[in-house]
Design a protein around this ligand. Structure first.
Ligand code: FAD
Length: 292
C-alpha cells in the first residue's frame, strides 16, 4: 500500500499520526501507550521520525518495524534524513525498512546535531532532492517530502521553498507533509504557489495542538514564525492551565476546519508521543465532517 495512492484515491481527507523514536529504554512505554491508545481511531497511516544520531536511528527503525508488523496495524511511513551518513549507510537504512515491510519513506534533509550550518557527509547527499532521487533508485518506495507554509529558516524565501518542493516532486516525491503552522492562510498560499509552478502534489497539513503555555516559544521556533498575536494574547490572559489547554485545542480545531474547507488532502497530527490532545481534536472534527 502506498500513501501516494491513498491520498490520490481516498476521496476524503486522510488523517495520520507522527511519533518519535524513544530516546531511551525508559521512554519506550510512553511511545507504545500513545500508539495503542490512538490505534482505535484507525489512522490512514502513521509515521516515525528519524533520529539525529546512530542509536536514535536504530530506535527509529526498531519502532517503525514494531508498528508496521503489528497485526492489522496501520500503514507505516519511515522518515529518513541524509545527515552524517554515507550513501552506503543510507542504503542500509532503506534495506532495513524494506525488510520490515516499510515501503513508504518521508525523505527529509535533516539538520546538523547541535544546530550548526548544514554540511553534507563527504560520501553522502546534499539535500532532500538528492535523497528523494536516491530512495527511488534504491527500490520501489513511495516517497514523501517536507513542505513549509512559512519559509524555511535557511532561505526565508517562499518562492525558493516552492521551487525546492517542486524539484523534490520532479525527483519522484508523491506527497508532502508540512511543518506546523497556526492559520490556514499560509497553507493556502503555499498550495497556490505550487499550482503556479504547475505542481499539484498533495500537501498534507501538519497539526500540533498547543496544550501548555511553554509551547508558545517552542512552536514559534519550529514553525519559523511567531504565533498569531491574538492567540498568544488569549493564552497569556488565561487564568489556569485548563483554560490554556482549552484555547490551544479550540485553535487547533479551527485550523483543521479551515484546512478541510480549503480541500487539504490530509491532516497529520504531530502527537509528541501523547494521545489525549489528538483524540480530543479528532473527536470534535469527526462530529462535523467526514474525516476518516
Ligand atoms: P531540503 O528540501 O533539502 O531543503 C533545505 C534547505 O536546503 C532549503 O531551505 C534551501 O536552503 C537548501 N536547498 C535545498 N535544495 C536546494 C536547491 N536545489 N537550491 C538551493 N538551495 C537548496 N528532521 C529530522 O531530523 N528527522 C525527522 O524525522 C524529520 N521529520 C520531519 C517531518 C516533517 C513533516 C517536516 C516538515 C520536517 C521534518 N524534519 C525532520 C526537519 C527537517 O529535517 C528540517 O526542516 C530540514 O532543515 C529541512 O529539510 P528538507 O527536507 O526540507 O530539506
Amino acid at each position: 500500500a502506498s500513501v501516494g495512492r491513498l491520498l490520490a484515491e481516498a476521496g476524503r481527507p486522510s488523517f495520520s499520526f507522527e511519533f518519535f523514536p524513544p530516546r531511551s529504554e525508559d521512554e519506550e512505554p510512553i511511545l507504545w501507550r500513545a500508539v495503542e491508545s490512538l490505534a482505535p481511531l484507525e489512522p490512514d497511516f502513521v509515521s516515525v521520525t528519524y533520529g539525529a544520531n546512530g542509536s536514535r536511528r536504530d530506535r527509529t527503525i526498531a519502532a517503525t518495524r514494531r508498528i508496521a508488523e503489528a497485526a492489522g496495524g496501520p500503514l507505516t511511513v519511515g522518515h529518513l534524513t541524509c545527515v552524517a551518513q554515507s550513501r552506503h549507510e543510507l542504503a542500509e537504512a532503506l534495506a532495513a525498512y524494506r525488510e520490515a515491510g516499510v515501503t513508504n519513506i518521508l525523505a527529509i534533509r535533516g539538520d546538523m546535531p547541535g544546530g550548526g550550518e548544514w554540511e553534507a557527509h563527504p560520501d553522502g547527499l546534499r539535500n532532500a532532492t538528492e535523497l528523494v532521487r536516491f530512495v527511488k533508485e534504491e527500490g520501489d518506495f513511495c516517497v514523501g517530502v517536507a513542505a513549509f507554509p512559512h519559509p524555511h529558516e535557511t532561505s526565508d524565501d517562499a518562492s525558493l521553498d516552492a521551487e525546492i518542493l517542486a524539484a523534490k516532486v520532479e525527483a519522484g516525491a508523491e506527497f508532502a507533509i508540512t511543518q506546523l503552522f497556526f492559520e490556514a492562510e499560509p497553507y493556502a498560499a503555499l498550495v497556490e504557489r505550487m499550482a503556479g509552478l504547475g505542481c499539484r502534489v498533495p500537501i498534507v497539513a501538519g497539526i500540533m495542538p498547543l496544550t501548555v503555555i511553554s509551547q508558545i516559544e517552542r512552536f514559534a521556533l519550529l514553525s519559523g514564525r511567531d504565533l498569531p498575536a491574538d492567540l498568544v494574547g488569549r493564552l497569556r490572559a488565561a487564568g489556569s492551565k485548563e483554560e490554556v489547554r482549552r484555547i490551544g485545542l479550540e485553535s487547533a480545531v479551527t485550523l483543521c476546519r479551515d484546512l478541510l474547507a480549503l480541500g487539504a488532502p490530509g491532516l497529520q497530527f504531530f502527537t509528541q508521543n501523547r494521545s489525549k490532545a489528538t483524540r480530543e481534536v479528532l473527536a470534535t472534527l469527526r462530529g462535523d465532517v467526514a474525516v476518516g
